[in-house]
Ligand binder design. Sequence first.
Ligand code: SAM
Length: 264
Amino acid sequence: MNHRPRKRFGQHFLHDPNILEKMVRAIAPRADQQLVEIGPGQGALTLPLLKAAHRLTAIELDRDLLAPLQTAAAPWGALTLHNVDALRFDFTQLSSQGQPLRVVGNLPYNISTPLIFHLLAQASAIEDMHFLLQKEVVERLAAAPGSKTFGRLSVMVQYRCAVEPLFDVAPGAFKPPPKVASSFVRLTPFQPQRHVAVDEPLFERVVQAAFAQRRKTLRKSLQPLLTHLDFNAAAIDPGLRPEQLTIEDFVRLSNSRSSAPIGD
Ligand code: SAM
């Protein structure tokens, strides 16, 4: 395919057959599954997945890639392409027959974090996700409480999913090579959820406010949202810093907020 990679679409195409084989093996696609690829590009991952699954849905923003990809895919199965922005795509519509989605992608790094948040909001329709991401992002996704990289992304993703970093991929596996190292990761939504925040928008606000000023104590950063009574009810020391809390602590803290507005 005679296509010049576009920077604005975060295009770094995989060309290393060993890495592609490792990725497909980790995904382990089967014929009866509902596979969805984000950013198929020139089909490096799409074609082997299609060979195994016989059908696949893909979301690709770059219109110029669609026709050659459709042609390349034709011998291998049914490829349904959506020429839309994955950030605006309603993935739940694809699981309309109740079959959960297996979402995969070598994601455009410039939108990977908002894309993960977009998918988390639709996690109930998803069986698992396999993403190639910047290694630094995978480290944040998988970070444990107490570590420097543990932050809002870690809490929000681990609230909904099990996170398994699988293997690293060097820049040379891509054309053009990105400036940073990459890692392949599996995210598996908990069904049912492990911890349930009764008021999820509040839980998100608590996590966001806590990490917006991560050097401050929770007492200070959460002052607009929680009182000392809420900390008492959750049995959490308000003198702690946000990285010292577990996912379950954050859920318990937001669930402990009394319904009375602050100031009453
Ligand atoms: N899967 C291919 C591969 O591994 O060689 C291409 C991966 S490349 C890193 C990212 C792909 O996502 C590109 O094909 C790009 O055009 C596409 N893309 C970029 N932004 C997108 C968006 N907002 N929605 C859907 N696709 C997007």
